[in-house]
Design a protein around this ligand. Structure first.
Ligand code: HEC
Ligand SMILES: [Cu+2]
Length: 313
């Protein structure tokens, strides 16, 4: 099989492949059955043959009709449920996943680990451990595609794009951009390196001490003037941001909303959209002022200031 199909190196790949082979077997079986019967009947009822051409007994033909209609209906409903649940589970990262930030731009993948280690067109991960990718695009739509993991996630600018995987094989796997994104689209390639957990830990500590996202965010928070309103010492009436991540926020129009990445991002880029109850809409929009990397750092900084109970890390 390995010559015909891409190698399968993640939990999701196993699910996708099993489904694929079962569908292939099912389709193969039906095809053979239909062609077999066509051939059989063509010979049996050829002109001049003595085979009986009398009507089938009424009852038998009705029961058969109902029988195979229901059987195929349930079979295909089952396949639908199965494929649907496999697809849905591909969207929800399990608790305790490692977070990795990915910034897509023409024409490279920039990766940042939670300790600040950075890579370009490479992603080192430990085996048998769920990894959540939090992805942003700086320009156009890109698509993070790892054939060996059967994983493809569009990275749409201005949106929070997430996906996850759990590698099950050691080695190096292709990473491709699967969305035509301009002149050097075909060069927007990289590799995923799956390592043993202890090798991964050693690799991570060997990386040069980058300033991690949260620290960059802390610096931006001051240099971009956020602290002028949001700091504890400010006399502007603005909400304190420590601990808001993961909490539900009461909005002035009566809705409540959970302060996740997308909400914080919108609060920074489109502050007039969701106004926190009890505050004036005085926060300026930072759209066009902060680039995506900066927004990502600010979100990481706000997250790092504490999360509400129940959230991992
Ligand atoms: C002029 C004062 C001011 C500045 C500057 C400012 N904000 Fe705000 N911000 C506010 C006010 C007032 C609110 C509450 C009303 C609203 O939701 O718009 C708010 C709301 C928020 C929220 C939602 C908070 C919640 O409790 O749900 C976030 C997140 C946020 N700001 C982040 C930032 C960041 C990051 C910056 C800097 C890039 C910034 N703000 C700059 C005044 C400001
Ligand atoms: Cu691309």
């Amino acid at each position: 099989m390995s010559g015909l199909f891409p190698i399968s190196a993640s939990t999701e790949a196993l699910k996708v492949d099993t489904l694929f082979y079962i569908l292939l077997a099912l389709a193969g079986f039906i095809t053979l059955l239909v062609f077999g019967l066509v051939l059989l009947f063509a010979i049996r009822y050829r002109r001049g043959s003595k085979a009986s051409r009398a009507d089938m007994p009424d009852l038998l033909s009705r029961e058969m009709e109902i029988g195979w209609t229901l059987a195929t209906l349930f079979l295909f409903l089952f396949v639908f449920w199965w494929a649907g649940s496999a697809d849905l589970s591909a969207l929800v990262p399990p608790k305790g996943a490692i977070d990795v930030h990915v910034l897509a731009k023409q024409w490279m993948w920039k990766v940042e680990h939670s300790n600040g280690a950075r890579e370009i067109n490479e992603l080192h991960v430990p085996i048998n451990q769920p990894v959540r990718l939090i992805m942003q695009s700086q320009d156009v739509i890109h698509s993070f595609f790892v054939p060996a993991f059967r994983m493809k996630q569009d990275v749409v600018p201005g949106r929070d794009n997430q996906t996850w995987f759990q590698a099950t094989k050691l080695g190096t796997f292709h990473l491709l951009c699967a969305e035509y994104c301009g002149t050097d689209h075909s060069a927007m390639r990289g590799r995923i390196v799956v390592m043993r957990p202890e090798e991964y830990a050693a690799w991570l500590t060997r990386q040069p001490e980058g300033d991690d996202l949260a620290h960059q965010g802390a610096a931006l928070f001051v240099s971009r003037g956020c602290s002028g309103c949001h700091a504890g010492s400010s006399n502007v009436h603005a909400p304190k941001l420590a601990g808001i991540y993961g909490r539900s926020v009461q909005l002035s129009d009566g809705r409540t909303i959970v302060a996740d990445e997308a909400y914080i991002r919108d609060s920074i880029l489109q502050p007039k959209r969701d106004i926190v109850a009890g505050y004036e809409p005085i926060m300026p929009s930072y759209a066009g002022i902060l680039d995506d990397g900066e927004v990502q750092s600010l979100i990481a900084y706000i997250r790092a200031q504490g999360t509400s109970a129940g959230e991992d890390k």
